[in-house]
Structure formats: structure tokens, C-alpha cells
Design a protein around this ligand. Structure first.
Ligand code: SF4
Length: 213
């Protein structure tokens, strides 16, 4: 059985798939406590479901074949790997959003991984598991930095330099309500790097505190 927070159908608000209709499976529980966390409600499970029940639920919501597994932190539950496998068997395109602190070694290549690197402003900047860099496909997966301020921006660039990471799969996203998207856009334009500015689209479509979107 898997501990769940919520399952819903909405517009994908983040990642290279932003703007597309997408099913979301939000798993409960997280091993981190980021200062800006906007899903604190997911720390505790609201329900438990078997993998079969989860797949039945998403099928009842939509025929959409794009599904995101998110949290909380989905990889703290061992069954998540089985869920990914089963969704693949059913023909779903799978996005996996993870906080970067847990090994990706057992995650199949067919899952599109969106991997956070927690910045100092999060209070969790020592959490990133460096060996995960080898499990991120620079051509498809995404490396995401969520930024609170200029210090986070400079720190993120220094990490990329340290890792010699020049791939075009780096995403910088401002914490909603804390860092101005315009300011972040200007900082990115000062750099000669293929960094993608990402806004949380769902927070502009709906009220930022709306759940299940
Ligand atoms: S990793 Fe995600 S869910 Fe966990 S505390 Fe940080 S922002 Fe919240």
C-alpha cells in the first residue's frame, strides 16, 4: 500500500511539460523541511491505496497518458519504484519529481526525472546526493534549483561550475511571492548559459494557495 496525499487532474505547471494536461499522484511524507515548502499538507497521508487502486483512480479522472509522481518526496516509499513500473506497463509517460536527496539508482530510464538541488535559502542545501548526477540524463531529465534570493542564484551557478554541468536541462525557478520573476529573468540574461526560467504556472492560473491543481 502507498501513503497518498492527493490524486488529481490539472495543467502541468512546471518542467519541460508545462502547460500540458497531466494526472498528478502526490505521495505523502517527506524527509526534508524546506523553508518555503508549499505542500506541507503532504507530510501526512490522507489515504492509503494499492497500486491497482491508484491506477483505477487516475483512469477514472481522465484518459490523459501523462502522469506525474510527486510529493512530499515520492522516493521515501519503496513501492514507488513498482508504481513507476506499473504505470509504464499501462502506457503512461511518467514524470518523477524528487528532492534530490534519495538515490535514483533504481529508477528506470523511461521515467522523466525532475531533480531538485536544494539551495541555501531552503535550509536543506546539504541534502543533495552527489551520486545522483550520474543518474540524470542531460538530454531528457531536468536539474531544478528553486531560488529565494541572489545568494541562492550565485550558489546555484557555483554548483554548476563545480560539477562542470553545461547541459541545457537546468531550470531556475523563483519561490513564489519571495523572488520576483522579472529580477530572476534579468540575472539569467546576464549569464551566457542555457538556463531555463520556470514559473509555477498553476499559481498564476489559480489562486496560489489552491490545492488539487
Ligand atoms: S522537498 Fe518538497 S515536499 Fe519536501 S519539504 Fe522540500 S519543498 Fe516540501
Amino acid at each position: 500500500m502507498i501513503d497518498l496525499s492527493e490524486i488529481f487532474f490539472s495543467i502541468q505547471g512546471e518542467s519541460a511539460f508545462s502547460g500540458l494536461p497531466c494526472l498528478f499522484i502526490r505521495l505523502a511524507g517527506c524527509n526534508l523541511r524546506c523553508s518555503y515548502c508549499d505542500t506541507t499538507y503532504s507530510y501526512q497521508a490522507t489515504q492509503k491505496k494499492s497500486i491497482t487502486e491508484i491506477i483505477d483512480t487516475i483512469k477514472s479522472l481522465s484518459d490523459c497518458k501523462l502522469v506525474e509522481i510527486t510529493g512530499g518526496e515520492p522516493l521515501i516509499q519503496k513501492e514507488t519504484i513498482v508504481l513507476i513500473h506499473e504505470l509504464h506497463q499501462y502506457g503512461y509517460q511518467i514524470l518523477l519529481e524528487t528532492n534530490g536527496s534519495i538515490s535514483l539508482d533504481d529508477i528506470s530510464d523511461y521515467a522523466h526525472k525532475i531533480v531538485d538541488v536544494k539551495c541555501p535559502g531552503s535550509g536543506e542545501s546539504t541534502s543533495f546526493l552527489l551520486s545522483n548526477l550520474e543518474r540524470i540524463n542531460p538530454a531528457t531529465d531536468e536539474l531544478k534549483f528553486v531560488l529565494c534570493d541572489r545568494h541562492d542564484f550565485d550558489w546555484s551557478l557555483s554548483q554548476l561550475d563545480k560539477w562542470n554541468w553545461n547541459a541545457a536541462n537546468v531550470v531556475f525557478s523563483p519561490v513564489y511571492g519571495l523572488l520576483s520573476p522579472q529580477l530572476l529573468a534579468e540575472w539569467i540574461l546576464e549569464q551566457n548559459r542555457p538556463i531555463r526560467l520556470q514559473l509555477q504556472l498553476h499559481k498564476y492560473i489559480w489562486h496560489p494557495s489552491t490545492r488539487g491543481v
